[in-house]
Design a protein around this ligand. Structure first.
Ligand SMILES: Cc1cc2nc3c(=O)[nH]c(=O)nc-3n(C[C@H](O)[C@H](O)[C@H](O)COP(=O)(O)OP(=O)(O)OC[C@H]3O[C@@H](n4cnc5c(N)ncnc54)[C@H](O)[C@@H]3O)c2cc1C
Length: 428
C-alpha cells in the first residue's frame, strides 16, 4: 500500500503496515516529543490528514484502526486538548500553507498547548455579536477586549481567537479568526471559581495585544465560517479524538512523560465524569440506600438507563455512517442535547435516591462527596459548547426544516446594532 494511492487500502493492509513501522520505530525509552516527531513524520499520527500535512490521506475510519495498533503495543499517540481537538483541524482546513507549516507539527507533538477565546461577557449564544476588536497596524493586529469561560487559558501557549475587524459590515461578516500568542504583555488570565469548587475556566483580558498578520486563519472579515468549523468540532465532542492515551503502568520514559502530560491536562477535567451525571452509579446507590425496591425509584432508573442506551445506539449509528463516508447527519445535533438530558435526569435520580444527604460534601458523605459534585456540576452540560435552547433552534431549523427564528440585527452594519451590556469594547 502506498500513501495517496488511488485504491483505498483495506483495514488489514493498514494494520500490517503500521505494525511493521512500529516494530522498527517504537522504543519506550525515547523522549516523548522525539517519539511523537517520528510518528508525525511517518504519517501515522493522524492517518486521515492529507499526505502533505503529516497524514496519509486515508479514510477517517483508519484513525481508529491505527490507534488500536498503537495501544496494543503500549505506544502513545498525539496529545489530548484544544490543540488537537479544535485548533489543528481548523487550521488544517482553513489556514494558509505558511500557518499550517508553523502551527500543525507542534500541535501534533504536544509542544504547544491551546485554548479557545470565543465567548465574551455579552456574547455567548450570540457569538456573532462579539465586540473584542482587532485593528490592523502594519504587519500586525492590535487586539483589545475581554473573553470569558476560557478552559485551560491559564496554561495555554496559543489561543484561537475571534475578534471584530469591520464595524460597518453586518455582524457575521466583520469577524476575523486569529491565532493569538498567549504569553505576551497585555494578556491577563484570571481564573474563575465554579460552584463545585474547581477552577477550570478563566476570564481573559486583552489590552493592546499584538498578533502577527500571518496569524489570520482564513480571510480577514471571513472568520465566521472558520469559527463555525471550530464550533462544529466542539459540538461533536472534538469529533476525532486522535489521542492515544498512555497505557497505565506501561514501562518506559515515553509513557511516563505522556502520563505526566495527561495527568496535568486532566486536572482541569477531574469533575467532568460528575458533570455527565454518573448514571453508572444509580443502581449501586439505590441498592446501598435500600431504595431499589421502591416502584417510583425503579421507574426513574429504568427511564434514565433507557435514555442512555438510546443515546449510545444513536452515537453508534452516527459512527457507522461516518465509517461509510456519509456526511454528518442529524445524530450529531441530537447527541449534545441528549447528553444534557441524560445528565439532568441522572442528577434527578441521585437526588431521589439519596434524599437530603445528596447535598452533603466531604469524606463521610454519600460516595465521599461524588453525589453532591454531580448535582452542582451537571448544569454545565446544558451550557458548554452551545446551550440546550440554542441546540434546539439548530435542530428545529437545520434538521426539521422549521422557519428560522426572527433576527432583526442580521443585515445591518454592526455599529448600528443596539447593545445593552455596557461592557463591549470601544466602537470606532
Ligand atoms: C463548562 C463550560 C466550558 C466552556 N468552555 C469555553 C471555552 O473554552 N471557550 C469559550 O470561548 N467559551 C466557553 N464556554 C462558554 C459557552 O460557550 C457559553 O457559556 C455558551 O455559549 C452560552 O453563552 P452565555 O453564557 O453568554 O449565555 P447566553 O447566551 O447569555 O444565554 C443565556 C440564556 O438565554 C438563552 N438563549 C440565548 N439565545 C437564545 C436563543 N436565540 N433562543 C433561545 N434561547 C436563547 C440561553 O439558552 C441561556 O439559557 C464554556 C461554558 C461552560 C459552561
Amino acid at each position: 500500500m502506498t500513501a495517496g494511492a488511488a485504491t483505498v487500502p483495506t483495514v488489514d493492509d493498514v494494520r500490517a503496515e503500521v505494525r511493521a513501522w512500529l516494530e522498527g520505530h517504537w522504543d519506550p525509552e525515547r523522549p516523548l516529543v522525539e517519539w511523537r516527531g517520528l510518528l508525525v513524520d511517518s504519517g501515522w499520527a493522524c492517518p486521515s490528514w492529507p499526505a502533505e500535512w503529516y497524514g496519509r490521506g486515508l479514510p477517517a475510519a483508519m484513525d481508529a484502526v491505527v490507534a488500536d495498533e498503537l495501544t496494543s503495543i503500549g505506544a502513545v499517540g498525539t496529545p489530548t486538548g484544544a490543540g488537537m481537538g479544535l485548533a489543528g483541524p481548523t487550521i488544517l482546513a482553513h489556514g494558509s500553507d505558511e500557518l499550517r507549516g508553523r502551527m500543525l507539527r507542534p500541535i501534533l507533538t504536544g509542544e504547544t498547548t491551546w485554548c479557545q477565546l470565543f465567548s465574551e461577557p455579552g456574547s455567548g449564544s450570540d457569538l456573532a455579536g462579539l465586540t473584542t476588536r482587532a485593528d490592523r497596524d502594519g504587519d500586525e493586529w492590535t487586539v483589545n477586549g475581554q473573553k470569558v469561560w476560557n478552559t485551560s487559558a491559564h496554561h495555554a501557549d496559543l489561543g484561537v481567537l475571534v475578534a471584530r475587524t469591520n464595524w460597518d459590515a453586518p455582524k457575521h461578516r466583520g469577524i476575523t479568526y486569529f491565532v493569538l500568542p498567549m504569553r505576551q504583555a497585555g494578556v491577563e488570565v484570571r481564573p474563575l471559581r465554579q460552584m463545585n469548587g474547581y477552577s477550570s475556566f478563566n476570564e481573559v483580558f486583552l489590552t493592546d495585544v499584538r498578533v502577527p498578520a500571518d496569524n489570520v486563519v482564513g480571510e480577514v472579515d471571513g472568520g465566521w465560517a472558520v469559527a463555525l468549523a471550530t464550533l462544529a468540532l466542539e459540538r461533536r465532542g472534538f469529533a476525532a479524538p486522535r489521542a492515544v492515551r498512555p497505557v497505565s503502568g506501561a514501562p518506559g520514559r515515553t509513557v511516563r512523560e505522556a502520563q505526566a502530560e495527561a495527568d496535568e491536562y486532566m486536572k482541569t477535567y477531574v469533575w467532568y465524569p460528575q458533570r455527565a451525571g454518573r448514571a453508572d452509579l444509580v443502581v449501586e446507590r439505590a441498592r446501598a440506600t435500600g431504595r431499589s425496591g421502591d416502584p417510583v425509584v425503579r421507574q426513574k432508573i429504568a427511564a434514565l438507563l433507557s435514555m442512555q442506551r438510546v443515546a449510545q445506539w444513536t452515537a453508534q449509528r452516527a459512527l457507522a455512517a461516518r465509517k461509510l463516508g456519509r456526511p454528518p447527519g442529524p445524530e450529531g445535533s441530537l447527541s449534545k442535547l441528549s447528553a444534557s438530558n441524560i445528565a439532568r435526569a441522572a442528577a434527578g435520580v441521585h437526588t431521589l435516591v439519596s434524599g437530603p444527604s445528596a447535598t452533603l460534601a466531604g469524606a463521610d458523605s454519600p460516595m465521599a462527596g461524588i453525589i453532591t459534585e454531580v448535582l452542582v456540576s451537571v448544569p454545565a452540560v446544558s451550557i458548554a459548547g452551545g446551550t440546550d435552547e440554542v441546540q434546539r433552534n439548530i435542530i428545529g431549523e437545520q434538521v426539521l426544516g422549521l422557519p428560522k427564528e426572527p433576527q432583526v440585527d442580521r443585515d445591518i452594519p454592526f455599529r448600528d446594532v443596539p447593545k445593552n451590556t455596557g461592557r463591549e469594547g470601544r466602537r470606532p
